[in-house]
Design a protein around this ligand. Structure first.
Ligand code: LIP
Length: 264
């Protein structure tokens, strides 16, 4: 079995165990642990507990790998492989009881920086639906055993998804971007989890996705799902504090980039 397939299998096993823990904690009641960049940017006790479980399982299975997670200290490791982890992507949904959240685990090699890393494997597990999306570089993207493919034609317009950051001061600018892009859309979804939005692009449930201000762990796994499903993913405005992720089948991806270039 190739390294990429081994890493994807490990990520899938751990994501499912971690996601089942998150679902159990949700049923027991979720407790706010802290706020981060703004009052709206929350972390729950479950976020921290789930990330600790993921980190322990990865350390046991692959001692020496690096770790870059949303809720704990980064570790560069010494194997050249880093795990990029969002324990509960869609934290606000999770805290409100909206069943649109996921465990997102990616393995990358090289510099653990978006746009510089080489994504090797990914797993995105949605505990509420029981769906596990996986990808191993060069081996395709899958939902369970079903091979995934992005859409290519959007005759009625593109079904797009986006998201908004935790700082209300950024909402006006993001809405201006939505306004610029909507002429190519049939409709817009805002599900609240970047990992699931990207997984749905890979699965053909969305034609495209764009969002500013994501953290590396929000998109690391989902981006590999999209590229292994035949789609394209770009990270632009990387010099800005809020880089933009754009994903989709080639035609939708390229059209969104054109609109964004004209917007600036
Ligand atoms: C979330 C993303 C979502 C975005 C939110 C937040 P978190 O990640 O998945 O797409 O709109 O602002 O960044 O904070 O739940 O891990």
């Amino acid at each position: 079995m190739s390294l990429e397939l081994e890493l994807a299998h490990l990520a899938s096993l751990i994501a499912r165990e971690a996601g089942d823990l998150a679902r159990t904690r949700r049923a027991e009641g979720v407790h706010l642990a802290a706020t981060k960049s703004t009052l709206a940017d929350i972390v729950t006790d479950a976020d921290r507990e789930v990330e600790a479980l993921i980190r322990a399982r990865l350390q046991a299975a692959r001692p020496g790998d690096g770790f870059l997670g949303e809720e704990s200290e980064a570790d560069p490791g010494e194997t050249g492989i880093t795990w990029v982890v969002d324990p509960i992507d869609g934290t606000v949904n999770y805290a409100y009881g909206i069943p649109s959240y996921a465990v997102s685990i990616a393995a990358v090699s090289g510099t653990a920086v978006p746009g510089e890393w080489n994504a090797l494997a990914a797993a995105v597990y949605a505990p509420a639906s029981g769906e596990t999306f996986t990808a191993a570089r060069g081996h395709g993207a899958f939902l369970g055993e079903q091979r995934l493919a992005v859409t290519s034609e959007t005759p009625a317009g593109a079904l797009l998804a986006t998201g908004f950051g935790y700082d209300p001061a950024t909402h006006d600018g993001d809405l201006a971007t939505v306004r610029a892009i909507m002429p190519i859309a049939r409709d817009l979804r805002r599900a609240g989890s970047a990992a699931l939005d990207l997984a749905f692009v890979a699965a053909g449930r969305l034609d495209g996705y764009f969002e500013r201000g994501l953290k590396p762990w929000d998109h690391a796994a989902g981006a590999l799902l999209v590229s292994e499903a035949g789609g394209r993913v770009s990270l632009i405005d990387t010099a800005s504090p809020r880089p933009m992720v754009v994903a989709g089948g080639t035609r939708v991806h390229d059209r969104i980039l054109e609109i964004l270039r004209d917007e600036t």
